[in-house]
Design a protein around this ligand. Structure first.
Ligand SMILES: [Zn+2]
Length: 106
């Protein structure tokens, strides 16, 4: 079965699910915003839109010193909050962070 990447335009929620998932889960379970299929969203919003406010990516925040070191090696240019939460300033940066955390874009 083909899985599509879906993301919330408002927070860092991101899933890979079959097309049928979307008909039952239109709203982000984290914040309630309408979830978008990534490919369509790229097409509509341009290749690398800048977020009006950086997204704090809690779900992929490194938790141990080892994870933090690995994160810094993989993404040396990504900004972290004081709490160690990665900040995505653009859509491309968000996807890079998700990919480094183990998600793959299709
Ligand atoms: Zn959301």
């Amino acid at each position: 079965m083909i899985h599509y990447p879906y993301e919330c335009p408002n927070c860092d929620y991101f899933v890979l699910e079959p097309a049928s998932w979307f008909t039952e889960h239109e709203n982000c379970p984290e914040c309630g915003a309408v979830v978008e299929k990534v490919i369509g969203a790229v097409h509509r919003r341009g290749l690398n839109p800048v977020f009006h406010k950086p997204i704090e990516m809690f779900s992929v925040a490194p938790e141990t010193p080892g994870e933090m070191a690995a994160f810094r090696r993989a993404l040396p240019d990504v900004q972290l909050t004081d709490q160690g939460v990665p900040l995505a300033r653009t859509r491309a940066e968000k996807l890079r962070i998700l990919q480094a955390a183990g998600y793959e874009e299709h």
